[in-house]
Design a protein around this ligand. Structure first.
Ligand SMILES: *Cc1c(COP(=O)(O)O)cnc(C)c1O
Length: 455
């Protein structure tokens, strides 16, 4: 191959998967048949992932029937740029859209017990970019956590922080205790004096020392930003630390992780001085048409969180502790065992002895159990594609009404594959039998609480 053809055939996507799509398109000239192929793939996903799998992906949450229905509502075909209100909008005819958006903003403020919230972000990535755009200049230093300790690309060199031209310094971690090394942090922070410390944890088992870290950076007017993409629902439901009460100036979050709304982003704060820079970074810099169907869905998800959040999120945490213990008892080493495994929706296994995270996640998927590979402390840059960890989350299984005793059953399925080496086919059949009768999502106005909780 010449260098030129190699360059022209470069793909970041898996070439075989693209070739399969091309083969479907080459097999017929009919655009209608091409469209049907898309619809059929969506249906296959729903039949498998939606009905037959145990979905333990930590960043995934099922939405309630009402939230899901709103995502395809008519209002999502309407254009509404800008800030809420008659004079602020370019377009006329937006009075009902204003009503929906204003309800969303007010519901978010109530859900997060804060003074300001914005509803227009398409993702938490953009929430973080909002912060970096509004509050930092190229060349400024920010301190964030590296990926093996749970950090996320949105706060690293390869994400929004890097795009903004910021200098990134790692928050020091204690790899044994899985905690911020506060002494080392204070020393390093005093030296580099970061404008922002952004703690965005995709691997998250325990609360962060928000107060202690905020106090250190307050010495030179630095701000702590809590990227609560994962923890937003736990925070709103009052089952985790409340960053805005512990010294954080801003809380960003994903609406589709523990918050269990439509996939998108949210940003919350209290200080009126932040309102102009943040909202002007959102519009007109980062979003224009912001999907009003999604905003309506987010508003209802916020109302669900206000009503059901405390019980729903408490059960999520109970389930993750129970799942961590059950896996540990079956010979699968768990991180944070000495601290009770978890205070969030996640548990993390070290699956190096079973072939590593990539292989294990795919073997479990063959048995209809969906998880993801994860970097853990001790993994180096060379382990990026094949890390030692496996991350699991309890959001979906909890919303399906499962409780502590179900976690032992799920741990049995996993141990049969990993520890006993049983075939994924036989375990996979049992997983489907167990999952198929459970199809209703609870902790929402459509279905209320699970029968066992509804005394
Ligand atoms: C998932 C995640 C994000 C990105 O959130 P999206 O809503 O998917 O854009 C940002 N930060 C952290 C820590 C995350 O885990």
């Amino acid at each position: 191959m010449t260098e030129e053809t190699m360059v022209s055939s470069f793909e970041v996507h898996d070439k075989d998967v693209l070739a399969k799509a091309r083969a479907i398109m080459n097999s017929t000239e009919s655009p209608k048949a091409w469209a049907d192929a898309v619809v059929e793939a969506v249906k296959r996903n729903e039949e498998w992932r939606g009905k037959r799998c145990l979905n333990l992906l930590a960043p995934e949450a099922p939405t309630s029937p009402t939230v899901r229905a709103l995502l395809s509502s008519e209002i999502g075909t309407r254009a509404a740029e800008g800030h809420i209100g008659r004079v602020n909008r370019w377009f006329a005819g937006t009075q009902y859209i204003d009503e929906v958006e204003a309800l969303c903003v007010e519901l978010l403020k109530t859900a997060f017990r804060c003074r300001y919230a914005d509803h227009r972000l398409m993702g938490s990535m953009l929430g973080n970019l909002t912060v970096y755009h509004a509050l930092a200049q190229p060349g400024d230093t920010v301190m964030t956590a590296s990926q093996p300790f749970g950090g996320h690309s949105s706060n690293r060199q390869d994400g929004p922080a890097g795009t903004r031209g910021l200098k990134i310094v790692d928050v020091p971690y204690d790899p044994e205790k899985l905690e911020v090394d506060l002494d080392a942090f204070a020393k390093l922070a005093r030296k580099v004096q970061p404008k922002l410390v952004v703690m965005g944890m995709s691997m998250t088992l325990f609360p962060l020392p928000v107060r202690e870290m905020s106090d250190v950076i307050a010495e030179w007017g630095g701000m702590f930003v809590y990227d609560g993409a994962h923890q937003a629902g736990l925070i709103a439901g009052g089952q985790f630390q409340d960053p805005l009460k512990e010294g954080a100036g801003i809380l960003t979050g994903s609406a589709g992780k523990t918050f269990s709304g439509p996939q998108s982003g949210m940003i919350m704060w209290n200080d009126p001085k932040l309102t102009e820079p943040l909202t002007e970074a959102i519009f007109p810099v980062l979003v224009a048409t912001h999907q009003v169907n999604r905003v309506a869905a987010l508003a209802v998800a916020a109302a669900e969180m206000i009503e059901y959040g405390p019980l729903y999120m408490a059960q999520i945490v109970k389930n993750s502790k129970a799942l961590g213990k059950a896996l540990d008892e079956r010979g699968i080493p768990m991180l944070g065992a000495e601290k009770g495994y978890s205070q969030t929706h996640q548990v993390i296994a070290n699956v190096k002895q079973f072939g590593g995270g990539l292989d294990v996640a795919h073997r479990l998927a063959e048995a209809n159990i969906i998880t993801n590979k994860n970097l853990i402390p001790g993994d180096g840059p060379e382990d990026w594609d094949r890390p030692s960890g496996l991350r699991m989350g309890t959001i979906e299984i909890t919303r399906l009404g499962m409780r502590d005793e179900d976690m032992s059953i799920i741990a049995d399925f996993m141990a049969r594959v990993l520890v006993d080496g049983e075939s994924t086919e036989t375990v996979g059949k049992d997983v489907i039998d167990y999952r198929l009768p459970k199809q209703d999502f609870y902790y929402c106005f459509d279905n209320g609480l699970p029968a066992w909780a509804d005394q």
